[in-house]
Design a protein. Structure first.
Length: 367
């Protein structure tokens, strides 16, 4: 494996360093963090020490231009920085590992994808669940017909104080990425968004946290038409669950898989065509990376291990000239599914995906 020089972009106070996007590299063979950038002086000094980097910059653009890098880690969670950071990295032909969600709008997503394609840049996004060995086991079981034909996908957000619009973006993105994996490409969306029980209007739109941009709704409900006739559902209501239902359920003609998010997600199977233990007497069984009812085989099941798996895959994608497992196209599809909620609400009809309108639909909402 070649030696890869890593530059880390952080922004203390505006998304910081994400969920371990900065510290993962010391555990990835053949990689070394050589420089870090952060506009905040205290945060910059702390990162320089934490990452054992040789040099620190206040401006990430200077770091990208001055250092001989191979990969840049775009760590801040705040979305309003992602597009510009990606475009600057692609201008230097640097491969990218970045925090999710991808960006604020489909217009930004298109610009990022085009720039990566033009400069032959590999981009991986930090949906750690996608790299879980448990998820691979579930995919194999579904392909083998363990729950029969897949009929429906049902997901809910965390439904804490962020329930509704913010939940849709920040945590729903994990669910949508899994829906895409198990259901194929989304083809249409029909959705409604509500504020205090009333349909969202222009007056309800506000600037969301973490640089999300225009946001609205304390409750929303969406239906998706996926490939092969599969129907997907997503919903989130503020203060309705505090994470209790934050998961994806895959309903098949012979049973159900229930999957939480994370590198080693809590996962269960109900081998019951009734979908009802009360009627059938069947019980939920745990699913691990070892299989149904088997002990967990993975030694490290943390979020950090998910980042390591994602970065190892990114390195392999660079060396093999292929797309990473969770790549820029999947990241854009997640944004399509999120934007589809508000575009369908705006038009009050089902909308085709990919969306024709690429701006944030809430900025076009009528009074």
């Amino acid at each position: 494996m070649a030696n890869f020089r890593i530059g880390v972009i952080g922004h203390t106070g505006r998304g910081n360093y994400g969920h371990g996007i900065d510290t993962v590299w010391s555990h990835v063979p053949g990689c070394q963090v050589v420089a870090v950038s952060d506009p905040d002086e205290t945060g910059r000094a702390s990162a320089l020490k934490r990452l054992n980097a040789a040099k620190a910059y206040a401006d990430y653009r200077r770091m990208l231009a001055n250092e001989q890098l191979d990969i840049v880690a775009i760590c801040p969670r705040w979305l309003d920085q992602h597009r510009d950071m990606v475009l600057q990295a692609t201008n230097q032909n640097l491969h990218i590992y970045m925090e999710k969600p991808f960006c604020r709008t489909l217009e930004e997503a298109d610009q990022m994808v085009v720039a990566c394609e033009k400069n032959k840049v590999k981009l991986a996004i930090a949906h750690q669940t996608r790299y879980s060995p448990t998820l691979r086991v579930i995919r194999e079981l579904i392909e083998d017909g363990h729950i029969g034909d897949v009929l429906e996908l049902r997901g809910r957000g965390k439904e804490d104080r962020r329930g509704g619009g913010e939940d849709l973006w920040v945590l729903g993105s994990h669910i949508f990425n899994m829906m895409h994996l198990f259901g194929g490409d989304p083809e249409w969306c029909f959705a409604q968004a509500f504020q205090n029980g009333n349909p969202v209007k222009q007056k309800d739109v506000y600037q969301g946290n973490e640089g999300i941009g225009a946001l609205a709704g304390d409750s929303l409900h969406a239906t998706y038409g996926m490939q092969n006739g599969i129907t997907g559902y997503f919903a989130s209501t503020r203060d309705a669950g505090n994470g209790a239902r934050f998961a994806l359920q895959i309903f098949g003609s012979k049973g159900i898989f229930d999957i939480k998010t994370g590198y080693r997600p809590l996962a269960y199977v109900l081998e019951d065509p009734n979908w009802s233990p009360g009627r059938s007497g069947e019980s939920w069984k745990v699913v691990t990376s070892g299989g149904i009812g088997k002990p967990e085989q993975a030694q490290d099941t943390s979020l950090h291990a998910g980042n390591v798996a994602a970065c190892v895959d990114l390195i392999a994608a660079i060396e093999e000239d292929r797309q990473p497992e969770c790549n820029m196209y999947e990241a854009r599809t997640t944004v399509e599914m999120i934007a589809g909620v508000y575009e369908s609400h705006r038009q009050s009809v089902p909308v085709e995906i990919p969306l024709k309108q690429r701006k944030n639909p809430l900025t076009l909402l009528q009074a």
